[in-house]
Design a protein around this ligand. Structure first.
Ligand SMILES: Cc1cc2nc3c(=O)[nH]c(=O)nc-3n(C[C@H](O)[C@H](O)[C@H](O)COP(=O)(O)O)c2cc1C
Length: 210
């Protein structure tokens, strides 16, 4: 047996698992709020997502990902936080209808997961790792979470703009500086057929140095 064959035999999860993993990676899709059914999602499925997220890598084993889960009635207060964030920024352009729409938005996904980053600190309060590495680790955690969600047939999407990263909303979900709110991950059962993904050829992004 060659060294490579021995390694494959003792450490590989097997060709079928590798193939299934590749399939799961390509199957993962982002679907926004309009694509979600209002039906609740079993807590045990959400727990599987969070367990997957928790296996993400992190520089210095800092495990900086922090999640708060909003389902059911807890979404009402979340909607109020979105609306308050909108109001803080709206100034003279404030519209009552938009304020109410922000509140209603939180009820349009059955599950909201706040995506937080809390960096590890040294005893003097300074950062143990740089913030970029801490944020990247959270991105890895969200990818794990999203892969398992898609494998379960759950629709989801990372929302990373505007009120979803607003300081008022960050405070509401329990994050304070140097922690950061990186957005929300919405989860629900899809109300459309599973969409096909699209990518440009990998060959355009890869160069084999010779
Ligand atoms: C860090 C990050 C932030 C994202 N933020 C948003 C967002 O704010 N709004 C949005 O519609 N999609 C957002 N997305 C989802 C992308 O639009 C989506 O991944 C992309 O269209 C590719 O589709 P796919 O995930 O189905 O392969 C985000 C994705 C990532 C990785």
């Amino acid at each position: 047996m060659t060294d490579q064959e021995l390694t494959l035999e003792t450490h590989s999860l097997g060709a079928a698992t590798v193939e299934a993993l590749q399939q799961a990676i390509a199957h993962r899709r982002s679907m926004g709020i309009a694509r979600l059914k209002p039906d609740a999602v079993d807590r045990s499925l959400i727990e599987q997502l969070l367990e997957a997220a928790n296996w993400a890598p992190s520089h210095g084993e800092t495990e900086p990902w922090r999640f708060t889960i909003y389902t059911g009635d807890s979404r009402v207060a979340l909607g109020e936080a979105f609306a308050a964030a909108y109001q803080q920024d709206a100034g003279a352009g404030f519209h009552e209808a938009t304020f109410e729409a922000q509140k209603a938005r939180a009820l349009m996904s059955p599950v909201w997961i706040s995506i937080g980053m809390e960096p590890a600190l040294k005893s003097d309060g300074s950062l143990r790792m740089d913030l970029e590495d801490e944020r990247i680790a959270v991105g890895c955690a969200v990818q794990n979470l999203h892969l398992v969600a898609s494998a379960q047939g759950l629709a989801g999407m990372w929302l990373s703009k505007n009120i979803f990263i607003h300081p008022h909303v960050a405070e509401f979900v329990g994050l304070k500086s140097p922690g950061q709110l990186l957005g929300f991950f919405i989860v629900g059962w899809p109300n459309i057929p599973w969409p096909a993904g699209e990518r440009g050829p990998v060959s355009e992004k890869v160069r084999w140095a010779e």
